[in-house]
Design a protein around this ligand. Sequence first.
Ligand code: FAD
Length: 497
Amino acid sequence: MKRTIGIIGAGIGGLTAAARLASEGHSVKVWERNDKAGGKMNEVVKDGYRFDTGPSLFTMPFILEELFESCGRNLSDYLELQPVDPLCRYNWQDGTVFDCSTDLQKTLGQIAKFAPEDAEAYVKFLGYSADLYGKTAETFIMNPLQTVMDLRNLKKSDIFKIDAFPTVSTRVDKYFKSPYLRQVFKRFATYNGSSPYLAPATINVIAYVELCLGGYYVKGGLYSICRALEKLCTELGVEVSYNTDIKRILTEKKSATGVELSDGTAAKADIIFSNSDATFTYTDLVDKKVLRKKQVSRISNIEPSCSGFVMMLGTDKVFDNLKHHNIFFSRDYENEFAEIFHRKMLPEDPTIYIANTSAAEAGHAPEGGSNLFVLINAPYLTEKLAWDEARCKEYGDLIIHKLENFGLKGLRESIKVREHISPQDFYDRYRSNRGSIYGTSSNQQLSAFMRPRNKSPYIDNLYLVGGSTHPGGGIPLVMMSARHAVTIFNRENDNGE
Ligand SMILES: Cc1cc2nc3c(=O)[nH]c(=O)nc-3n(C[C@H](O)[C@H](O)[C@H](O)COP(=O)(O)OP(=O)(O)OC[C@H]3O[C@@H](n4cnc5c(N)ncnc54)[C@H](O)[C@@H]3O)c2cc1C
C-alpha cells in the first residue's frame, strides 16, 4: 500500500531513506531545519577556498552503489569516486613519517624503515581484521537487528570469535611491538567516535575496511555525495522543505500521525522517519507523556560518540610535507583519550588530522594556496566545557603552533581564511546529541545491541535513521540505517511488492 511518509531531517540518513521510499512509490516529504541538505556532511566556500566541513574519507562505496541500483540508477552517472593513495600520512613528534597505502608492498616498504620487527605482524593483523569482517559484517552491519530473528544468520560459535572481550588497545598491543604501529591501529576506533582503550576489539574490523577495501575521495569534495542524493531524490519526486524546524512528532494512542512545525502548523503523515538524533527525537520531539520515564532515561544514558573541534584554514602557501589525509600524533595516546572521555576536557597535546583536498583538486584553493580542514577529537558537550569564540581562537592558536612545530613552517602567516566549528555548533545546527559527530560511541562491549533500533519499539509508525541508530555513524553505516529502516517498514507493512 502506498503511504504518505514524512522525514525529519535531510542528512545522509534522511535523504537515503527518502530515495528508497520514493523509489517504491510512496509520497515522501522531507523537512530540514537548515537552508541546505547534508547535515554534518556540509561544505563552506569562502574567498576562493572550498572546504568539506564534515566527512573527508569515504569507505565501503558498494553501499552507495547498491542504493542507486535499488533506485534504478547508476552511481557513476552521478559521482566520480577516486581511490586515495597513500591513504594517510602519519607523522610523529620525533620526525618519523609513515605513508600507509592499500598497496601491501608499498606499505611493507615503509614499515621496513621504521618498524621492521612488525612487518609480519602487519600482514597478520590484516588477516585477523579481515576475519572479523567476515564474522561481523553480515550480522552487525548488513542486518536490521530489529528482532531476535535477525540474529539467525549469526553462527553461535562465531559469537566468541568476534573479539568482543578485550579492548582495541589490548589486542593491538598483542600484535605489534612498534609504538608507531600501535598508535596507527588504535586510531581506527576514532572512526566511530570511540576510545581504543574502552571499545571492544571487534572495532579492529575498521582496519580491514580502510586498508584492504580502500579509502575514497569524491571528485568535487565529499559534499558531492549529498548533491548526488539530493538529485536522486528530486528525480524520484521527493519534496524537501528547507528552513523548516520540526518541534514535535504528533501521536495518537502511541502511534505517530504527523509533525508540528515551529510556526505551529501541523503536517499529517501515515509514517514518520526521524533523521534527527535518536536521543533528541525521544527526549525533545516526542511528548513527555507518551514515553515512560524508564524509556527516556534508557535512551538518555546511551553514551554519545566524541565530538570534534574543526578549523578551516585557507592559506596562500602549499605545504610539500602534506598529503591528502594527514595525521599528527600526540605523544601520550592513552592520556589523550582519558582527557576526552573521562576528564571531558580538551586534550592538551591532541592528535591533529588534516585533510588537504587542494592536493587533489586545484580549484579548492587559489593558485599557490591550500585548503586545510583540521579536525581534533573533542569531548561531547558537558557543563565542564563551554564553547565560545575566545575558546575556539585560543585552542585553534595552540593547534597552529603545534603544526608549525611538526614542520608546517610559516603556517600562521600564510592564513588568509580561518573558520571554526565547535561541539556547540554541532548541537545548535544539527541537533546532534551533546554535539557528538558520529552518533553513539562503541565504548562498551554491548554497544552494537544498545544503539536505538531503526523502528521505534515505543511508538508505532515511527522509524529512526542516522548515525545515532543501528548500525552506527559514518557515511556507509548511516546509509545502512536507512536501508534497515525501510526493510523493517516493508516487512511490517507488507510493502515493496
Ligand atoms: C567533522 C566530521 C568529520 C567526519 N568524518 C567522517 C569521515 O571522514 N567519513 C565518514 O564516513 N563519516 C565521517 N563523519 C561522520 C558523518 O558525517 C556522519 O556520520 C553522517 O554525516 C551523519 O549523518 P546523519 O544522517 O546521521 O545525521 P546528520 O548529518 O546530523 O543529519 C540530520 C539532519 O536532520 C536535521 N534535523 C535535526 N533535527 C531536526 C528537526 N527537529 N527539524 C528539522 N530538521 C532537523 C539536521 O539539521 C540535519 O540536517 C564525520 C563527521 C564530522 C562532523
